[in-house]
Each structure stands twice: as structure tokens, then as C-alpha cells.
Design a protein around this ligand. Structure first.
Ligand code: GLN
Length: 494
């Protein structure tokens, strides 16, 4: 009989990436395919089929986005305390599968119910797969950021394909097919995970393994039931978007309270300071995502109203660029940046996490100056250069790659084992707030006058983008200034 696979066997891998990374890469790729496929059709479906007004559809879309990421906090805690990462992932994937499958059966009848299941499912799935990637690496392994970079590429392959395929199916065939495709790819992801999980055997086990089987199973069932019991609540909150505001006011302070409670319980002062460093970086990520997520709101409108449709030598719908350029750039540049980090690490010249975060804001600021700069290329009708716009997306993406995969990696480095899931949940909860603030920023930017010309709109939006550029640069400066202090809190973690 072959000997049991140990954590050391996994972590002592040769080469650039552990082989288990590819399995998790594929599973996450299909999950993101499902997620972004569903997300891509959401607003159109609500307007077209549920006959919601644009405004209501937008509000609900925002609420769903916020909930999806907010539930990662709950999913992370439940994984730490009761299920472990693997069981959480299987439960989450099953919920996403079921949710999309139900909507596929009868989009009109099961829409909200299916979305509620997807919210719970993502909450259990998303943070926990990322935590497992972190467990593939020894604490001080310099290859971790590159691994997360590659994983992040997989995320975007899924996001791009899902966004294209599901919208195509929905618009040209039927909405049933669009949601059925989302369900089907989740099934593929789940099957791949079940088939490969023996290769990560020591990772992500239930924290309750020491309990008698019957007690453990009872506890797990209780968690599943509690998750399902929250469906009516979620259902109600996406139906009445006013509750979303209340929810967002409440969940953040609760999460912070819980975080500080757990931090206080930590007896080791080094671990406490590392948690503090993680929290500071998480708070910065809220601002990053608030600016970054203009993509789904104000930048989509800007692309619709103010851009020519010629890019280099061909014509293309500016909204296709707005929806696809980021993912394409991530797929190409994320592994490359990963290799750059590896090469720099070999020369002992790799910037540490705080500096990477600051660079993320520098590129974000540069990008928004470019969005602002489009106004100098505008014609009298208020239409401007798609080329400059695309270049800005390249800068956004480089910024994202300095911050988002690095953030995942940082969380796995700075969290004590018993809090890994919660901390990853907190990281994504910050994204929920980012989404939420993005909506507020976008709304503040749109020109108030219904009859505004395209040129007025161009001026209003680009004014806004200049503001956002300034915020980004200020954040970068603060991070550079704080970096010695945060580094000290990190105690040698790079
Ligand atoms: N685009 C990334 C993903 O889907 C990051 C999401 C986020 O943190 N807001 O995983």
C-alpha cells in the first residue's frame, strides 16, 4: 500500500508550482464561470423578463453583488469552526449548482430562490478554495505569490468564458439555457474537485475530526440546515433593496467586532500584530475595489455613450472592451507578473506585500488619470478614443494584479490556522463594501440632468475619474509612508 500523503510531501514540491495548484485552478475556473455567467445575465434578465425598471434592476444587481461577497465571511467562519475547507467547498458548489439548476428549470418562478442559494453557495465556496491554495505552501515559501497569480488567471479564464457564453445563450436562445450552462459548469467543477481531492488529503479537513462520528455529522447537518434556514432572510433582502443598506451598516461592525474578539483571544502577541497588519491592508482594499468596480457601473455607461468603436485596426463594441479587456489582460499578465516576482525573489529584490499594495494604487491612479485623459481626445459629439480607454484598462489590471492575488496570498500568510477561513471571508467582505461604495461613487458621478448631451456626460464622468485618480494616489502615498510600520507588524512575513 502506498504511504499516506503528508502536508510536507505537498509543500516540498519542486519547480515553480505545486501540482495540486492545477486542480484547484480548474475547480475555481469552473466556479467563476458559473458565477460570472450568472452575474452577466442578471441585470439583463431582470429588465427583460422580470420587467424591472433599469433603476430597480441596478439596485438589485448591486444588492446581490454585495450579499454574495458578504456571505463569504459567514462561509469562512463555518469552515474554521465546523466543516473545514473541503466540506465547505462541496456544500457551496452544490448550492450554486442547485440554485442555477432551479432557475434553469423555470427562470420566472425560481429566480430569487435560486439567487439566494447562489449567495449561500458562493459564501461557502469562494473564500475556502483560496485558503486551500495558501495551504499548499510552507509558511516562508517565496513561490506563494506566483501561485496565487496563476490561480487568479484561472479565475479570469472562467470569468471571461462564463460572461460570454451565458449572455450569448440567454440573448440568442433562452434564459433556461443560460442558467443551465452555469449549473452544468459548476457540476464539472464539483466533479473535478471530488475526483482530485485525495491529492490534497491533509489540507482542509474538518476541525471536528476528533469528535465521535455521530456528533460530528450532527453538527455538520446543523450547519447545513442553518445555512438553508437563512434563505428566507436573503430572499427578503434582495427583494427589498432598502434592507441592503441596513445589512451593510450592520454586517461590517459585527465582522470587525468578531475580528477584535478573536484577536484578543490570540495569546501570541506576534500573531496579534500580524492580524492587525492584515486588517489594515483589508481596509485599503475596500477603497481599491470601490474604484476598480466602476467597471460594472459608470465605466459601462461611459463606454456606451462616449467611445468610438475603433481600436487599432478593427471595430469593436466599446462595451465588449469594457467587459472583456480586464479578464484578458489578467489571463496574460498574471502568470507573467508571477514569474517576475519569482525572478525578483531569487535576486532578493522582490517588493514586499505592502509595497505591492502601494504599487497597486499607483497603477490604479495612473489608470484613472488615463480615463480622465480621454476628454482631451474627444470630438464635438463627446466621443473619444477607445484606444486610450483600453490602455487605461491595462493599467487598472496591472494595479489589480499587484493587489488582489497578493491580498489572497497575504491573508494566508498572516492568519493563524484556526482563523484562516474567517480572515479570507473578511478579505472578501471588504470586496462587498468595495462594490457597495462603488455604486455610491458611480451614482455621485452621473450627470444629474436627464437631457445632458454626450459631451456634458463626458465632462461629468471624467471629472469624477480625476477625483478617483487623486484618491488612489493619496492611498498609495499613505501606504508607502505606513509601510515600515506595517512591515514591523508583519514580523518577517514578506
Ligand atoms: N475578480 C476576482 C474574483 O472574482 C476578485 C474578486 C474580488 O475580490 N472582488 O475572484
Amino acid at each position: 500500500m502506498s504511504k499516506e500523503l503528508t502536508l510536507e510531501d505537498i509543500q516540498n514540491f519542486d519547480g515553480k508550482y505545486p501540482k495540486q495548484l492545477w486542480y484547484l485552478f480548474l475547480v475555481e475556473m469552473w466556479e467563476r464561470f458559473c458565477f460570472y455567467g450568472m452575474r452577466g445575465v442578471l441585470a439583463i434578465f431582470m429588465v427583460d423578463q422580470l420587467l424591472l425598471s433599469d433603476r430597480d434592476a441596478n439596485l438589485k444587481y448591486g444588492a446581490i453583488q454585495a450579499f454574495v461577497y458578504a456571505f463569504t465571511f459567514v462561509g469562512g467562519i463555518f469552515a474554521d469552526k465546523f466543516l473545514g475547507f473541503k466540506r465547505s467547498l462541496i456544500f457551496g458548489a452544490s448550492m450554486m449548482l442547485l440554485g442555477n439548476g432551479l432557475i434553469a428549470l423555470s427562470p420566472h418562478d425560481y429566480f430569487y430562490f435560486g439567487i439566494a442559494l447562489t449567495i449561500i453557495g458562493t459564501g461557502f465556496f469562494k473564500p475556502n478554495i483560496s485558503s486551500m491554495v495558501g495551504d499548499l505552501y510552507r509558511e516562508d515559501d517565496p513561490r506563494r505569490d506566483a501561485g496565487f497569480g496563476m490561480f487568479y488567471s484561472g479565475i479570469n479564464v472562467g470569468a471571461l468564458l462564463g460572461g460570454i457564453l451565458c449572455v450569448y445563450l440567454g440573448k440568442n436562445y433562452s434564459w433556461n439555457y443560460a442558467f443551465a450552462a452555469a449549473a452544468l459548469v459548476m457540476l464539472i467543477g464539483l466533479i473535478i474537485f471530488l475526483a482530485t481531492k485525495r491529492h490534497i488529503k491533509p489540507i482542509g479537513n474538518s476541525p471536528l475530526l476528533h469528535m465521535p462520528n455521530a456528533t460530528r455529522i450532527r453538527t455538520e447537518l446543523f450547519v447545513y440546515l442553518a445555512a438553508l434556514a437563512s434563505i428566507p432572510l436573503i430572499f427578503m433582502m434582495i427583494n427589498n433593496t432598502r434592507y441592503t443598506d441596513y445589512f451593510m451598516y450592520i454586517i461590517g461592525p459585527i465582522a470587525l467586532g468578531y475580528f477584535f474578539l478573536q484577536m484578543k483571544r490570540e495569546s501570541d502577541s506576534k500573531a496579534r500584530q500580524q492580524l492587525m497588519a492584515a486588517l489594515i491592508l483589508i481596509l485599503f482594499s475596500i477603497l481599491f475595489f470601490a474604484i476598480f468596480e466602476q467597471a460594472g457601473g459608470s465605466l459601462a455607461l461611459f463606454a456606451n455613450n462616449n467611445l468610438h468603436d475603433n481600436l487599432l485596426f478593427f471595430n469593436i463594441d466599446p462595451n465588449v472592451v469594457n467587459n472583456g479587456a480586464n479578464s484578458l489582460f489578467v489571463i496574460v499578465f498574471s502568470p507573467l507578473l508571477g514569474l517576475l516576482w519569482l525572478a525578483m525573489a531569487r535576486k532578493k529584490a522582490e517588493p514586499n506585500t505592502v509595497i505591492k499594495f502601494a504599487l497597486g494604487f499607483v497603477f490604479l491612479g495612473l489608470a484613472y488619470y488615463l480615463f480622465f485623459g480621454t476628454r482631451f481626445f474627444a470630438d464635438a459629439e463627446g466621443k473619444t478614443s477607445l484606444g486610450v480607454f483600453t490602455l487605461a484598462y491595462l493599467a487598472v489590471t496591472i494595479g489589480e494584479l499587484c493587489l488582489s492575488p497578493i491580498g489572497l496570498s497575504m491573508i494566508t500568510k498572516l492568519s493563524p490556522k484556526r482563523l484562516g477561513g474567517m480572515m479570507m471571508g473578511l478579505w472578501f467582505l471588504a470586496s462587498a463594501y468595495g462594490q457597495y461604495v462603488a455604486g455610491l461613487l458611480g451614482a455621485g458621478m452621473s450627470s444629474p440632468d436627464e437631457n445632458a448631451t454626450a459631451l456634458d456626460k463626458l465632462m461629468a464622468y471624467t471629472d469624477g475619474y480625476q477625483q478617483l485618480a487623486i484618491y488612489s494616489i493619496v492611498a498609495a502615498i499613505i501606504l508607502f509612508a505606513l509601510s515600515p510600520f506595517i512591515k514591523r507588524l508583519m514580523h518577517g512575513v514578506r
